[in-house]
Design a protein around this ligand. Structure first.
Ligand code: ZN
Length: 91
């Protein structure tokens, strides 16, 4: 039996991870479900350095990788390729 909702879900899936920023947002929410909090000084504001895919504490400069612990870590591939695959692997 074909699940009629599947193509729509897949489309939404791709929409959600359609660009690098969307993927970074997703990774950020996974890492900081309640918003950024610096592991070093507990400050609550950070600058995102997109090139390196990390958040840098606005207070002390501590840098926290957004991809650490995910399949996206250490790859140079676009996150749009890596993040959805990571999710599928986790099921
Ligand atoms: Zn800090």
């Amino acid at each position: 039996m074909i699940d009629a909702t599947f193509p729509k879900t897949l489309l939404e899936f791709h929409d959600r991870f359609s660009d690098e920023d969307a993927c970074l947002d997703y990774l950020r929410r996974q890492k900081w479900p309640e918003g950024f909090r610096c592991p070093s000084c507990a400050h609550e504001r950070a600058w995102t350095i997109r090139t390196w895919r990390l958040d840098e504490c606005a207070s002390c400069g501590h840098q926290a990788s957004l991809t650490a612990g995910t399949m996206s870590h250490g790859t140079r591939k676009p996150l749009t390729m890596v993040v959805p695959r990571d999710l599928r692997v986790r099921g």
